[in-house]
Design a protein around this ligand. Structure first.
Ligand code: FES
Length: 100
C-alpha cells in the first residue's frame, strides 16, 4: 500500500499529511496540520489517528512542544430534543430509542 489512509473518519492519506508537513515552515504544529487536512476532526475525534499524526509531526523534528497537551473533544452526536424530553419524562432511566 503506497498511500495508506491515516485518518479513516476524514479520509486523509499519508501523502496528504506529508505534503502538509513539507509545506510547513521551520516549526510544525499538530493543531495546524489538523486544521489544514481535517485529520483528527472526524467522528472519533482523533482517537484512532491522533497518535499517528503526532508521530508524523515528531518525525519532522520541527514539532512544537505545546502539541503534547493537544485537547481532544469527546465524540458526540446531535441529539433530538424530543428524545431528550422523552428521556427526562421517563425519569432519566434507560433510553428506549436513539434517533440518528
Ligand atoms: S480516524 Fe481520524 S478522526 Fe477518526
Amino acid at each position: 500500500m503506497n498511500n495508506p489512509t491515516i485518518c479513516r473518519c476524514e479520509d486523509v492519506t499519508l501523502r496528504q499529511l506529508e505534503d502538509c508537513l513539507a509545506a510547513g515552515g521551520t516549526e510544525v504544529s499538530l493543531r495546524e496540520v489538523k486544521l489544514q487536512t481535517r485529520a483528527g476532526m472526524g467522528i472519533c475525534q482523533g482517537r484512532t489517528c491522533l497518535p499517528l499524526l503526532a508521530a508524523l509531526v515528531d518525525s519532522t523534528g520541527r514539532g512544537l512542544p505545546q502539541d503534547a497537551g493537544l485537547v481532544r473533544n469527546q465524540p458526540v452526536r446531535p441529539l433530538v430534543l424530543a428524545d431528550l424530553a422523552r428521556f427526562a419524562s421517563n425519569g432519566g432511566g434507560e433510553a428506549t430509542r436513539c434517533s440518528g
